[in-house]
Design a protein around this ligand. Sequence first.
Ligand SMILES: [Zn+2]
Length: 164
Amino acid sequence: MICREFNDNIIEYAAGRLPADQSARMQAHAATCAQCAAIDREERELRRQFRAMAPIGECPDLWPQLAARLQPPAPRPSFFPRVWAFGGAFAACAAACLALLSFNLTRPGPVPSGPVVSAAEERRIVAKVSETREMASAESEAMFDRIENSRDRERVILLGGGGQ
Ligand SMILES: [Zn+2]
């Protein structure tokens, strides 16, 4: 017998449920193999301890005790139940709002017919835009090794003497 076969049958062997010839082979292996003999002792000790345990008494049903200690739930201000009471109408309204919103988001805004800023403001804006310089994008700037070779550019207003 090899150790694996001994291990496969140790539970039945320790319980005395193996046929006599197989039980004799198990006993013979344990007599020559210290490792399997130790496993045999552990299994028999475990069985002894299980038998020595006090029997488990009646298992009480915990639910009645638990239910007696539970507080009834406090009434909560109910917005959602009323909303859900009109669930169909609510869903239709939500769908309509969503459709309207997506329509308005995709539609271009109205084109202004007249000037949107005064002439003075327009001159100031044009001056600011003309002061912008192209440079590596701020995101690329964080990558110091790539900044000079970066093709990501953005226009920035350089504040200083000309940025009044
Ligand atoms: Zn063995």
